[in-house]
Design a protein around this ligand. Sequence first.
Ligand code: HEC
Ligand code: HEC
Length: 343
Amino acid sequence: MSSSTFIRLALTALLLAACAEEPEGPLTAREGSLLADPTLDFPETIEELGLFPALPRLETTPVEAKLYAPVWPMWSNGLEKLRHVRLPEGTIVDTSASDAWEFPTDTLFFKTFTTTDPSHPEGQRPVETRVVRILADDVEYASYIWDADSLNGQRSDLKLPVEIEVTEDGETFLHAVPNKLQCRKCHESHPTEVLGFAASQLSSETVATLTDEAVFGSPPSVTAVEHDDPEVREVLGYFQGNCVHCHNGSDGPSSSYDLGSEVALEALINKPTEGSASAPGIRVVPGDPEASILYQALVNNSVDDDDDGGGEEAKAMPPVGVQRKDAEMIEKIRLWILGLDPA
Ligand code: HEC
Ligand code: HEC
């Protein structure tokens, strides 16, 4: 064989090998979907969101959607959640104000709730997908309810809460998809409408990954919940994930006194309740959970939004978004109060 023939053959072989092994390239959002063009009106179906192109697999998502999770997730009846952010092409998050990151107009956040379902190929069946879109001076909400076959779903009109039957830990109950007023109650009682993608909620590991994915120009600093005692830290983190969107001391419509991790203990221990709609008493009585209004509020069920107060019973906390209580954390909070020194 002449050397030139040999080189030709070798090159052909290399080329063939390269073709066979060539990676398919990153999966990109389907043209016409919301994920491909975040300026489109909210579509009617989950399919048109373009977030889950390989259903029933939920893990396969186009490269435009960046997966993340907050350190202190909100308790949502025990359901699991997948969260994705999609920034408009060529933009990054503005983290110059560390307590109020700013997102470019048309940034999309998706949150998909899943429930345990052994008959689903993934073991987890999607129930609802919530969407927040950043507008110039406002945010826009959408919620999609999945079909029973987990292959598509419809946008809800967000007028009335919609109930979906789910089973978690052997307990069957109705999980409520909130209406728009309820979205607002939580998301607009806080100085920033975006709640879980913030310096107070992302770990430095998550921030590093998202910086590699070009979500940030350089890694912003994060403000972890800190306390020497890990059990107290967990309680403070729980307040961060479940209470601070309202309990932040701002003047938002459903906001109330601050339960941020730096000030929560001082705001609670031996402090009287305030506000016309609250039961009179002490928020946290050291050593006596049952006498503590905070504990009563966590175990109570009176979530009637129209109850404008005057009652003696502590109003259920959180007042929206929970149909099945977080028994495990409530017990940890009980033990924390029990262990506080009354002196
Ligand atoms: C009970 C309070 C509450 C209600 C009601 C609520 N949310 Fe949220 N939402 C949160 C909290 C807290 C987070 C961040 C923590 C987390 O994701 O676990 C969040 C996160 C999100 C996210 C991810 C972006 C972000 O802000 O962190 C989206 C999207 C979202 N919610 C959409 C909605 C929509 C749409 C509705 C109404 C249909 C709604 N939410 C109702 C409290 C609420
Ligand atoms: C959707 C907004 C919202 C969320 C979420 C929320 N709260 Fe509240 N909370 C309020 C408002 C508003 C009041 C005061 C008026 C009232 O009693 O209705 C209040 C009152 C209270 C009170 C009694 C009043 C007082 O002065 O102490 C306690 C205790 C309390 N909240 C604890 C919590 C805890 C703990 C969480 C998280 C597990 C939580 N709340 C989540 C809005 C909220």
